[in-house]
Design a protein around this ligand. Structure first.
Ligand code: C2O
Ligand code: CU
Ligand code: CU
Length: 507
């Protein structure tokens, strides 16, 4: 079955490859800048987030039915400061239950926004969310159990940038929309008429939704942005439902300065970053010596039937050689964001070498080791489920952790507040991104190896693959009672919805 899947994927690449060429030849649209709400200077009223049904043009001329947060698609970028308490007023104007979870925030279970903090249609949720952690890029998204995949896909995603005294005084570009950009990357499926599609199938339950089209801040890539002569900072979130994205620059290595939980120890240079859904990385691009640099994003493609016919069609059109160049083992590379240098002088500092004090993971006080094994059903079970569910996994039971599907009424683990623990995660098949609420952790091993240098700082996502286990060192400093437990789960949202999630208390 794996072999089959790869063959299909290769075929699909051909179809998409030609699309990319076509769009590269036409005028490249501008990078949308997500609206910034700067709360760091002070908050004098409740912060209103309205979850709405809307229509959005992704750039292909069609209006797609979407959800948005104060917006037609996605939400604002909230800039906040460590030490603040954020008084939210979240209104559910969509026609179904939802929640809003603060992914990456170290906050008590009662305000975490997980499946238990349900907001009914027409109702409000007004949590006071204390920000006590270091500067970092976080995000917020729907977490309604069984509906997360569809709701996130349709647009219930926003970004929260936490700043602190160190980050505000750091010698780094920080002019939003000028030399400091937030990029939300997602892969999408569009219908022939250009409408956003979400419909479950066996494959979509199995792999999670893998789309052929890359979208940046709600616009179909490629997009372009003019930047001043100087350093440019890109704060990047992979908000795909399921796809792992590989990032690189067209010129020079990536200068990585921060991961999920904030600044790294020092700038890491790497040719590429592999980003699972849910992960964040910040990079610096030096635009002083070069006129044009491009953020390249490579990703896997969906299975599509009827590939043979397409092959013949493209052959006739004489495009085969061109297509072959773009066809790289079932992956496509998109010139996601093109940075064009202007003559304006921008941030003229140097790429910092040391950034933060990140201690070595300390294994001396580990009190508990827990094991988590992720498994999924395949084949007929999933086809039947897809047919039954249509666009929503419901409280699915096709995926498990330690043999159990997510049950809102069952607490799976009880953790003692302040204890240091090792969590060991394994899977039976496929590659899964594992996420834990209420904390940042350190990765001890990832897919059986030490993590890449850029993943050795604070994280809340870890990749897990095959029998090679991943291990994290974790401690929880906030409480999560029985009535508002934290979640741990696979961040392939279809897997999460189908039960690959568990609940734990911290007391
Ligand atoms: Cu990004 Cu439990 O979520
Ligand atoms: Cu989370
Ligand atoms: Cu998974």
């Amino acid at each position: 079955m794996q072999m089959n899947r790869r063959d299909f994927v290769k075929g699909a690449a051909l179809l998409v490859g030609t699309g990319q060429i076509a769009s590269a030849q036409s005028k490249i649209p501008k990078l949308p800048i997500m609206p910034l709400t700067n709360l760091a200077k002070g908050i004098d009223q409740r912060i209103k987030l309205d979850l709405n049904s809307s229509n959005h043009n992704f750039g292909n001329g069609s209006l797609s039915p979407t959800y948005g947060i104060n917006n037609s698609y996605l939400g604002p970028v909230l800039c906040v400061k460590k030490g603040q308490t954020l008084p939210f007023e979240i209104t559910n104007n969509i026609n179904e239950i939802t929640t809003l979870h603060w992914h990456g925030l170290h906050v008590p279970g009662t305000v975490d926004g997980g499946p238990h903090q349900q907001i009914d249609p027409g109702k409000k949720w007004s949590p006071d969310v204390p920000i006590a952690q270091r500067a970092s890029m976080n995000w917020f998204h729907s977490h309604a159990h069984g509906r997360t995949a569809k709701q996130v896909y349709k647009g219930l995603v926003g970004v929260m940038l936490i700043e602190d005294d160190e980050s505000l005084s750091a010698d780094l570009p920080k002019t939003y929309g000028i030399d400091d950009f937030t990029l939300v990357l997602q892969d999408k499926l569009f219908s022939e008429t250009g409408k956003l599609v979400y419909k479950l199938s066996e494959t979509i339950l199995d792999d999670g939704l893998i789309g052929e089209t890359l979208v940046v801040n709600g616009a179909i890539a490629p997009v372009v942005q003019s930047v001043p002569t100087g350093l440019v900072r890109l704060r990047i979130l992979n908000a795909s439902n399921a796809n792992f994205l590989t990032l690189s620059m067209s010129k020079g290595p990536l200068n990585i300065i921060a991961s999920d939980g904030g600044f790294l120890k020092s700038t890491v240079q790497a040719d590429l970053i592999v980003m699972s859904p849910g992960e964040r990385y910040e990079i610096l691009v030096d635009m002083r010596m070069i006129d044009v640099n491009k953020l390249l994003v490579s990703y896997g493609l969906p299975e599509i039937g009827g590939i043979t016919a397409l092959l013949q069609e493209y052959n006739e059109k004489g495009l085969r050689n061109l297509i072959k160049k773009l066809w790289n083992e079932g992956e496509i590379t998109v010139e996601a964001v093109t940075l064009n240098r202007t003559n304006t002088t921008g941030f003229d500092g140097s790429i910092p070498s040391s950034l933060a004090n990140i201690p070595h993971p300390d294994l001396t006080n580990v009190s508990v080791t827990r094991s988590f094994e992720l498994t999924q059903y395949t084949g007929a079970d999933l086809s039947a489920l897809a047919v039954a569910r249509d666009t929503m996994c419901g409280n699915g039971t096709a995926m498990t952790i330690n043999g159990k599907s997510m049950d809102m009424n069952r607490i799976d683990e009880t953790v003692k507040k302040g204890d240091t623990e090792i969590w060991r995660i394994t899977v039976d098949d496929w590659r899964h991104p594992f996420h834990v609420h209420g904390c940042s952790f350190r990765i001890l091993s990832q897919e059986g190896k030490p993590p890449p240098t850029y993943a050795q700082g604070w994280k809340d996502m870890v990749h897990v693959d095959g029998e090679l286990w991943s291990e994290i060192l974790v401690r929880f400093d906030y409480s999560a009672p029985n009535t508002s437990p934290y979640m741990y789960h696979c961040h392939i949202l279809e897997h999460e919805d189908c039960g690959m999630m568990g609940q734990f208390t911290v007391t």
